[in-house]
Design a protein around this ligand. Structure first.
Ligand code: UDP
Ligand code: MG
Length: 135
């Protein structure tokens, strides 16, 4: 079984969409094996988003991701990394298809409801970043 790191972002929590998104993950057959609500600080976000830290939109992402709690999850299942990326939909607002989580609920590329790891290797790194080295 593969696992991935999933995070419901502050807009998902604020808009009351946690249940809706969790429902889609579970209905697809993925198992949530760990879950916690937490507030993120700048240090963990600079690590997690190191690949976009030099982008002009990064200060806005920092502000958004610290604007309220997130829900961190470990999600397991067959091809969980790619499967969750498909369920989530594309990063770019205009590319996220209807029927995907982002396609149905994102209000912009920045405010896009959910994070999912982009590879098995990064999934393991992110799980340990948010759930500790023994996770
Ligand atoms: N992002 C943005 N503008 C962009 C690209 C990314 O605001 O042009 C934000 C968006 O919230 C995205 C996050 O930065 O989810 C991380 O970017 P990444 O390329 O890793 O996309 P993801 O893996 O989340 O689809
Ligand atoms: Mg990414």
């Amino acid at each position: 079984m593969e696992r991935t790191y999933i995070m419901l972002k502050p807009d998902c929590v604020k808009r009351g969409l946690m249940g809706e998104v969790i429902n889609r993950i579970e209905k697809k057959g993925f198992k949530i094996t760990n879950m916690k609500m937490m507030n993120l600080d700048e240090a963990i976000l600079r690590e997690h988003y190191a690949h976009i830290a030099d982008k002009p939109f990064f200060p806005g992402i920092l502000e958004y991701m610290t604007s309220g709690p997130v829900v961190a999850m470990i999600v397991e299942g067959e091809n969980a990394v790619l499967g969750m990326r498909t369920l989530m939909g594309a990063t770019k607002y205009e590319d996220a298809l209807a029927g995907t989580i982002r396609g149905d609920y994102a209000t912009s590329t920045g405010n896009n409801i959910i994070h999912g790891s982009d590879s098995v290797e990064n999934g393991e790194i992110e799980i340990k970043r948010f759930f500790g080295p023994n996770a």
